[in-house]
Design a protein around this ligand. Sequence first.
Ligand code: UDP
Ligand code: MG
Length: 314
Amino acid sequence: MKTISVVIPAYNEEECIAVLIEKLKKILDPLNYPYEVIIVDDGSKDRTFEIIKEQTGIHKFLKGIRLSRNMGHQAALDCGLKHASGDAVISMDADLQHPPELIPQMIKLWEEGNEIVYTQKLENQDTTLMYKLWAKTFYSMFNRYSQIKLTPAGSDFRLMGRKSMDAVLSMPEYHKFYRGLVPFVGFRSTTLSFHVQKRFAGKRKYNFKQSMRLASDGLFSFSDFALKIPFIIGGAAMIIILLYLLYTLILLLFHGTVIIQGWTSVIAILILSISIQLIFMGVLGVYVGKIYFEVKKRPVYFSDEKVGELGKIQ
Ligand code: UDP
Ligand code: MG
């Protein structure tokens, strides 16, 4: 019998947990697959873990892991995925923005031979115009410059079969960006669209800085394009200078004189070239910073407490 795992990172989601578990139970029970639900409490400051603990007394399918502190959504997701033992693993958010009603359809598509079932958000009433603009810019930049293509308006709500799950987990990088790691491994896949629901309760946990960090993790982990820009700009500048030198040589030969320009142009070119060099030192700095964290090989998360029978599905 094939088994299903549902993995949910949760940070300060005390109002959502009980309702989420009820909903999942209602949807998963009739499907007749043995299943487990793993909720990873990402160092919440509210009663999230206490509620998970209480609920594990009621539901055998429920398991919980508390991280030692707030490690971030991707780290919590990583922890949950590593502990999932199902033949198919579904990841979703705790705030009910990812409708559990989509799960039966995801499982059906998996049974039909798709190793990965992605989802794509149709619209989101909870996001601001600024966020929408930011997301659009990020996806178009990513798809232009990286080795893989992301589904625009993609999300971490997806199903992965055991083969692709193990492939994704075999990548040991520190800066996890699951939305990129999953398409990177390949395999047969399909995409389902869904209407993003309103957050059941509480506020958005990602602030703008965290969203920027996630986007930069994604972009710089899957593209080395920024490192190549100096070649393009340096090459173009060299051609311009060579043409200019040729022009002065012609003037010297035919008119016997060289036009001497004023200070402004000299200073402008000097400052421009210094600032371009500084920008590219910054780009190098970003990559060196990433390497710095990668070589330390620090674990992505530390777990503090575990509840429920992790490691098997009854
Ligand atoms: N989350 C987390 N750790 C964090 C921030 C968020 O585990 O540091 C969880 C959060 O509880 C939710 C999911 O990640 O289940 C997505 O977060 P949120 O709803 O704030 O983001 P949005 O849906 O607005 O992109
Ligand atoms: Mg949300």
